[in-house]
Design a protein around this ligand. Structure first.
Ligand SMILES: *Cc1c(COP(=O)(O)O)cnc(C)c1O
Length: 501
């Protein structure tokens, strides 16, 4: 289990949360006149993740899968002080890592299907470790980079993962022997086996089974006359505490699996690496978005659409799921039914549509591309405007929650962030906060429809950083708007203590 020195005390966690909240509130309050969406990035979260990794998987070297989030500050920290390797899949990713001073032997070109031009780039900079899973790739590599060190990516059972990768990559275990034979005949250097159980894996047995398949690959290699020295266990490790299987659970399955399929006596010479992406960054980003528009809806008279906090004992959030108007497209249709409602019935059926300034084309692309479920929290409530032309439905009471939906700013009807959420009544100008927004979010953001990408502010809530981390953070030349904060050891909070410039 995780030892004491990597586990947070409740006090520190609370202090950290207070710091974050204070800074996010100040982001919402004063800093930005245009109310642009803004990430608060806690690099301390990445540092802590790295520590837990070292603690639970000491034998496994992490190669950060940078496609997950190539944030320059996080990348710099991983490269220069945490000393991880990098999993790159394209010329540009390799270039980025190399520009950060990562030596080529700390990079794996982990794309089994590579464009020749990217492969030539890999050769030109000396990134010689790369994956493959088919004969065509072998021919290409033979032609472009014959002395590369190859890792055969095998197909493992990915049916327990939210994002299945087996449909696209991985050699069928039945073809492994044949592929290795071809590589041998071509005089190519195969050095090991890799797999990826899929992103968002929710069954730790998937890892155990993958190790079994990898071991079979090692045996086939030995039979073929190769001396495999590398096992690459891929990514798919959860980065948030609410994951179906915890990181600790996976680590314990892996530790057992290593002992069973790769016992030290026989495999002491084998270097084990992994390609974690979301694990490192998912929890590090919180996103603040501004409610720039609102639509009030007085639905039908079903009282179950009004939600109250559980402690009021009336109804819970499950009611909304069984309510009649939960599908998006029915929301507009009921508006004309309002006329005949009594005052109290009407009050009971109030719903809101909130429009915020980040979209499923930008930060929230994770909803579509990564099957993410995001949860809005109130960051800051704005005042209702005093206008006789605006009759505001419902109550301003914080305790009173309403069924609502949250939408992005684009003109696309699919740009919906939450189809069903429960929030208090929020005036235009209010702010919402979404946590755990670090994985597969800003990495694929686009400016579709002409909307700004979310800005970034950095914070460090980890006190026990070594000098190298401090040096990296201060050396990054963050503009004065960017905070680096510390939590004092007593758990007291000093928000915005050090401004970098
Ligand atoms: C995307 C990817 C990863 C990272 O996956 P996570 O689920 O984010 O850990 C690792 N390896 C390869 C080859 C990938 O394509």
């Amino acid at each position: 289990m995780v030892s004491r020195n990597v586990v947070d005390t409740v006090d520190t966690m609370e202090a950290r949360e207070v710091t974050k909240r204070e800074i996010m509130e100040s982001i919402a309050e004063q800093a930005f006149p245009d109310n642009d969406p803004m990430y608060l990035i806690d690099v301390g979260e990445v540092i802590r993740k790295h520590r837990v990794w070292k603690e639970l998987l000491p034998k496994v070297e992490p190669f950060y899968a940078m496609k997950c989030n190539p944030d320059p500050v996080i990348m710099k920290m991983l490269a220069s002080s945490l000393n991880t390797g990098f999993d790159c899949a394209s010329r540009e990713e390799m270039q980025l890592a190399i520009e950060l001073g990562v030596s080529p032997d700390r990079i794996i070109y982990a794309n089994p299907c590579k464009a020749p031009s990217h492969l030539r780039y890999a050769k030109s900079v000396g990134v010689d470790l790369m994956t493959f899973d088919n004969e065509d790739e072998l021919c290409k590599i033979k032609q472009v980079y014959p002395n590369a060190r190859l890792v055969l990516r095998v197909l493992t059972d990915d049916s327990y993962s939210v994002c299945r990768l087996g449909v696209k990559f991985g050699a069928d275990p039945r073809r492994v022997f044949c592929l290795l034979q071809t590589a041998k005949e071509m005089d190519l250097d195969v050095v090991g086996i890799s797999f990826h159980v899929g992103s968002g894996c929710y069954n730790s047995d998937a890892f155990l089974d993958a190790l079994r398949v990898a071991r079979a690959g090692f045996d086939a290699g030995a039979e073929m006359g190769f001396n495999f020295t590398l096992l690459d266990i891929g990514g798919g490790f959860p980065g948030t505490d609410d994951a179906v299987i915890s990181f600790a659970e996976i680590c314990s399955v892996l530790t057992d699996g290593f002992a069973r399929y790769f016992p030290q006596e026989k495999f002491a010479h084998v270097r084990i690496i992994a390609e974690p992406g979301r694990y490192y960054v998912a929890a590090s980003h919180s996103l603040a978005v501004n409610v720039f528009a609102r639509r009030q809806i007085q639905g039908d008279s079903d009282s179950d659409l009004r939600l109250e906090r559980e402690d009021s004992g009336v109804s819970g959030s499950s009611d909304i799921e069984s309510g009649p108007n939960t599908a998006n497209d029915t929301w507009h249709a009921d508006r004309s039914d309002d006329e005949n409602l009594t005052q109290s019935q009407a009050e009971l059926a109030v719903k809101f549509m909130y429009y915020v300034n980040d979209s499923t084309y930008a930060s929230f692309n994770s909803i579509i591309n990564d099957h993410a479920i995001v949860v809005p929290q109130v960051l800051k409530k704005a005042e209702e405007p005093k206008s006789k032309h605006l009759s505001v439905l419902g109550s301003a009471d914080d305790e009173q929650l309403y069924a609502c939906s949250v939408w992005g700013p684009t003109c696309d009807g699919l740009d919906c962030i939450n189809k069903e959420a429960t929030l208090p009544r929020l005036a235009v100008g209010s702010w919402l906060r979404f946590d755990e927004m670090g994985a597969y979010t800003c990495a694929a953001s686009s400016r579709f429809n002409g909307f700004q990408l979310a800005g970034k502010r950095y914070i460090n809530t980890e006190v026990n950083t070594d000098a190298l981390v401090d040096e990296v953070l201060t050396g990054l030349g963050l503009t004065p708007m960017e905070y680096v904060c510390d939590i004092l050891t007593e758990g007291k909070v000093q928000a915005g203590a050090a401004l970098c410039n």
